[in-house]
Design a binder for this molecule. Structure first.
Ligand code: GCO
Ligand code: CA
Length: 260
């Protein structure tokens, strides 16, 4: 019972882990003993990321591939399992956002966001799931969003994808529980990352609104996700399945308050 959160001997693959929330979660897994495999798609970004992990004493095995390409995903999963080891933990973190009013959104762009944020977690889960089934279990964690529950101006495709990802989580949990695979999600609230940089500018009404809309009264620090990702990756969550754990400083608990 003492080692409930220990990840030693486990191989974790986390997509989109060359920066931001993915990198923060990857570091937490490695610090709890997991062997880290990170995916990205830009060679220069990957090099910088591997250096960044090294600074913290973490060896990250980098694999460059496009998560929306099923053939490439299968090929790389086989390569990872042969070179590093069977994947025990899959974190579907890679994602994108486009902030465009719905009336102006090009359907091709809408499809692109769905492809990256919803179809690719399915492709990865299927490829890794097949080998988890053979080995008798595993952990899959889908990185959801506030937009898995709430709408907001300009993010129609992202909200549709993240809402879908929540239901994909529940569905895979249902289908694969019998194989001892737990499929859960983490729903980050508003975090200070590159992705939110354009809307986080001080004095920007959006920035002030998010801070006042969050009961904790601030943007999240990416390290605040460590506990959730370690929990859902470890033995501690072996009977937790199909849940979305929102790490949001209380946003979803409240309707908000009038301006003071
Ligand atoms: C936005 C934000 C969000 C966050 C996050 C919230 O434009 O509203 O970028 O979508 O990034 O996903 O959970
Ligand atoms: Ca192992």
């Amino acid at each position: 019972m003492k080692n409930l959160f220990n990840l030693e001997g486990k191989v974790a693959l986390i997509t989109g882990a060359t920066h931001g929330l993915g990198m923060a979660m990857a570091k937490a897994l490695a610090q709890h003993g997991a062997t880290l495999v990170i995916n990205g798609h830009t060679p220069s970004k990957m090099e910088l990321a591997i250096e960044e992990y090294k600074k913290e004493g973490i060896t990250a095995h980098g694999f460059l591939f496009d998560v929306t390409n099923a053939a490439k995903v299968t090929e790389n999963i086989e390569k990872i399992e042969a070179e590093v080891g069977p994947i025990d933990i899959l974190i579907n973190n890679a994602g994108m956002i486009m902030r465009v009013p719905a009336l102006d959104m090009d359907p091709a762009d809408f499809r692109k966001v769905i492809d990256v944020d919803l179809v690719s977690p399915f492709i990865l889960s299927q490829a890794v799931g097949r080998s988890m089934v053979k080995r008798g279990g595993g952990k899959i964690i889908n990185i959801c969003s506030m937009m898995s529950e709430l709408g907001r101006d300009t993010v129609s495709a992202y909200a549709a994808a993240k809402g879908g990802l929540k239901m994909l989580t529940k569905n895979l949990a249902t289908e694969w529980a019998k194989y001892n695979i737990q499929v859960n999600g983490i729903g980050p609230g508003y975090f200070a990352t590159e992705q939110t940089a354009p809307i986080r500018v001080d004095g920007n009404p959006f920035n002030d609104w998010i801070v006042s809309r969050t009961p904790a009264g601030k943007w999240g620090d990416p390290d605040d996700l460590a506990g959730a990702v370690v929990f859902l990756s470890s033995k501690a969550s072996d009977f937790v399945n199909g849940q979305i754990l929102y790490v949001d400083g209380g946003i979803l608990a409240t309707i908000g308050k009038p301006r003071e």
